[in-house]
Ligand binder design. Structure first.
Ligand code: ADP
Ligand code: MG
Length: 147
């Protein structure tokens, strides 16, 4: 019910869950940005569009989950941009539009199962975002504010 959801904020260091080691780096938003999310937004995996600084707009998958660093009482919001970046972009401003929901959070029996699930999420996000009703958000003025 909260979708599409527009959000902009600085990329901060996460708590080193090793996303990058899995080949799936996730850009974390600061606590303040996470606090500004609707408190009743469902945890789980979402998809949408993302843009770093004034760069190009790319497809993304996003997880809203319970943050183990804060004993699972606070949420974390992490964006995996479906694009290969030359360098990390900690400290830069990440703008996102969340347009759809994929699935709830799950626990997996193995790392392989987790990675396979994320790969599925990425494929589903790519397909869904090609639909005209989702494609239109890519060109939204939110990403290219007129000065
Ligand atoms: P952390 O625990 O600090 O969030 P990650 O292993 O999740 O570390 O890596 C996230 C960082 O990787 C981002 O903050 C960003 O600087 C960088 N990065 C590089 N490519 C991507 C990408 N395609 N999507 C998201 N972050 C990326
Ligand atoms: Mg991360």
């Amino acid at each position: 019910k909260h979708l599409p959801y527009f959000c902009r904020g600085e990329v901060v260091r996460g708590f080193g869950r090793g996303s990058k080691e899995l080949g799936i780096p996730t850009a974390n938003f600061s606590e303040e940005v996470v606090e500004s999310f609707p408190s009743d937004i469902s945890t789980g995996i979402y998809y949408g569009w993302a843009c770093v600084g004034s760069g190009n707009v790319h497809k993304m998958v996003l997880s809203i989950g319970w943050n183990p660093y804060y004993k699972n009482v606070k949420k974390s919001v992490e964006t995996h941009i479906i694009h290969t970046f030359k360098e990390d972009f900690y400290g830069e401003v990440l703008s996102i539009i969340i347009v759809g929901y994929i699935r709830p959070e799950k626990n997996f029996d193995s790392l392989e199962a987790l990675i396979a699930a994320i790969q599925n999420d990425i494929e589903e996000a790519k397909r869904a975002l090609d639909l005209p009703e989702h494609q239109k958000w890519k060109d939204d003025n939110f990403f290219h504010p007129a000065n």
